[in-house]
Design a protein around this ligand. Structure first.
Ligand SMILES: Nc1ncnc2c1ncn2[C@@H]1O[C@H](COP(=O)(O)OP(=O)(O)OP(=O)(O)O)[C@@H](O)[C@H]1O
Ligand SMILES: [Mg+2]
Length: 321
């Protein structure tokens, strides 16, 4: 007869239901502590602004996996839950960032062996010539095993207008692996919501294997400002009070212009502000204080082309990509 303590040791999963008494217990706090998942969840909450519904769903998934672990510890076997996901949202809403965190969480909860993320697009999976696609897709899948395969703009895999498109071959291989190796690989399909919906409609096989749809909303002005301050603090910079006001004015304009891409536009704008800050300090010469070296001033923001109704160069280029 296996006692509660032994049953609580979740390492070996060989116990069978009959050996373990129904009143055996496993401790929730111990399981949480042992998995160290709370640290990652806490970090996710601290380091990512907003994304409330995404964070809630991640908590729910963590709870599911923890309970699954406790159940296995007491000999209650079941197929591991399917965890393939879709992340939909506009550019710069945090999809890639959250996918990376998700890989770490799934690793802590022992859902995947390694917890790495392999990010790909159509070109990494689909070949140009006959016979090239299968080896390419299989090679990517091999690299991703034990972790997360993140397919950005997944809908490009499917070209409705062309029945013989090699993308179809990649989709079929993916489907098989999503079904048969789902306990060692999580596939996350990412992209714009409307295009993803169309993709799912045309590919019910894929759609039915996606357990979680996470939608990443556009950030509000307040969230973008909080993201900016977080990004600056991470690099030991900060806004002067006037610079914060100037940045708010900057964002209000930028949000209305073409090719605005949420947190990514914030990051780009801060990189340019840092450049101007550096040039201003050099031009000034003489002594600079630690405060000077840390502080972005309003002029570093107000010199932006945005205030002359032009999109900054780096964002123009990003748009061409
Ligand atoms: N909620 C957030 N809090 C703080 N930083 C964020 C947040 N969301 C995104 N970022 C930052 O913004 C940048 C862009 O995010 P990310 O690359 O994850 O977006 P994405 O949705 O994958 O965009 P794309 O569709 O263009 O690939 C990253 O530098 C990331 O760290
Ligand atoms: Mg991305």
């Amino acid at each position: 007869m296996i006692g509660p303590t032994q049953a609580g040791e979740l390492g070996s999963m060989t116990n069978s239901v009959s050996e373990i008494a129904d009143d055996s217990v496993v401790n929730v706090s111990d399981t949480l502590k042992e998995s160290q998942v709370m640290e990652v969840l806490h970090q996710l909450d601290q380091e990512l602004v907003g994304l409330k519904s995404v964070k809630t769903r991640i908590l729910e998934i963590a709870a599911l996996l923890l309970v699954d672990r406790m159940r296995r510890g007491l000999g209650l076997t079941s197929r591991p839950p399917a965890l393939h996901m879709s992340f939909t949202g506009q550019p710069g809403t945090g999809k890639t960032t959250v996918a990376l965190r998700m890989a770490a969480i799934l690793h802590r909860l022992q859902y995947v062996r390694k917890g790495h993320l392999v990010a790909v697009t159509r070109d990494d999976l689909v070949g140009q010539y006959i016979g090239h696609t299968a080896p390419k897709t299989k090679e990517v899948l091999k690299r991703a095993m034990g972790g997360v395969l993140f397919i950005d703009e997944a809908y490009y895999l499917y070209r409705q207008e062309n029945e013989r498109d090699y993308g179809q071959e990649a989709i079929e291989i993916l489907l098989q692996v999503m079904e048969n190796q789902r306990d060692d690989l999580v596939v996350i399909l990412a992209g714009y919501k409307d295009r993803m919906d169309t993709f799912f409609q045309s590919n019910p096989g894929i759609s039915s294997r996606i357990a979680h749809h996470l939608d990443f909303p556009d950030y509000t002005l307040e969230e973008l400002l909080a993201i900016a301050q977080l990004m600056l603090a991470e690099q030991m910079y900060r806004f002067s009070p006037e610079a914060l006001q100037a940045f708010e004015a900057y964002l209000k304009r930028r949000m209305l212009m073409p090719r605005f891409s949420n947190a990514r536009s914030v990051r780009n704008a801060l990189d340019r502000a840092r450049l101007r800050h550096a040039n201003r300090l050099l031009a000034k010469g003489g002594n600079v204080s630690k405060i000077d070296l840390m502080t972005i001033e309003a002029e570093d923001i107000l010199a932006s082309r945005i205030f002359h109704d032009e999109i900054p160069d780096s964002e123009q280029q990003a748009a061409i990509k």
